[in-house]
Design a protein around this ligand. Structure first.
Ligand code: BTN
Length: 268
């Protein structure tokens, strides 16, 4: 554990409840696994787990298997414990809320041209800079908790990533040409995250939709998207209040995609 770093982050943190308890590690298997362990033994909403390096960072599922999230030093690996009073099927919306918070934050704080690749990848110059993994648990049909895991390529040197993702990934350091303060990032990001989360808890996704759609990387663009069983091509129209992506297909019919991955896109 790294209690000094946790104290440093908390010192200038101006949030209502997110991060009032922060547990930092130099190196951990996965912050999401740790968060799960803590929430199962009673950790409250708002507890934050942060690591400087992960040995088994997990990404989103791909073909039923979790992708590996490469987590070298220089990155920020963070999991936030949330207990919103929402139905289990609403939980995936939190991934969108997190992507909005991250993208908006990168734009405002670092003036990066960040965009969201639906549903929740954060890109700069068409390269992935942050990833979001939400994992929840339900009991007797009720949502018990959601863990929002965020992997941020903050001061990551691209050479420290495996060859196969060097072309498709980037970092804040690479884009700015200079390192950033990880402590300052965390303090300000947690504030930004909290304000979007409170808005979501009070009013659902609707008030955030305009922001989400304005940050979307692909509106009006041709995209190819694959779901578990199918593949579609069409013009992305934006996201609806339930977080589904609206796609206009070549025959002008409208398709709503609830889960899938944008595998290709181009301006037309
Ligand atoms: C993705 O794009 O596939 C999501 C990547 C999420 C990675 C983060 S890093 C912190 C947290 N702990 C994990 O093991 N995964 C998430």
């Amino acid at each position: 554990m790294e209690p000094t770093w946790a104290l440093e982050i908390k010192k200038d943190l101006r949030t209502k409840f997110i991060g009032h308890e922060i547990i930092c590690y130099n190196r951990i298997k996965s912050t999401n696994d740790k968060a799960k362990e803590l929430v199962e033994t009673g950790a409250k909403e708002g507890v934050v787990i942060i690591a400087k390096e992960q040995i088994h960072g997990r990404g989103r599922l791909h073909g039923g298997q979790p992708r590996k999230w490469f987590s070298p030093t220089g990155g920020i690996y963070i999991s936030i414990i949330l207990k919103p009073a929402i139905a289990p099927h609403q939980a995936p919306k939190l991934a969108l809320v997190s992507a909005i918070a991250l993208t908006n934050f990168l734009r405002i704080k670092y003036h990066l041209k960040a965009g969201v690749k639906w549903p929740n990848d954060v890109l700069v110059n068409n390269k992935k800079i942050c990833g979001v993994l939400t994992e929840g648990s339900t009991k007797s049909g009720r949502l018990e908790y959601v863990i929002v895991g965020l992997g941020i390529n903050a001061n990551v040197d691209i050479e420290d990533l495996p060859k196969e993702i060097r072309e498709t990934g980037t970092s804040i350091k690479k884009e700015l040409g200079t390192e950033i303060s990880l402590t300052e990032f965390l303090q300000h990001f947690l504030e930004e995250f909290e304000s979007f989360y409170i808005e979501f808890k009070e009013n659902d996704l609707s008030p955030l939709l305009n922001t989400y759609n304005s940050l979307l990387d692909t509106p009006g663009q041709w995209i190819r998207i694959t779901t578990a069983h199918e593949s579609f091509e069409g013009i992305a129209q934006g996201v609806d209040p339930d977080g589904g992506l609206i796609l206009k297909l070549a025959d002008n019919s409208i398709r709503r995609i609830i889960s899938g991955e944008v595998v290709d896109s181009k301006r037309i």
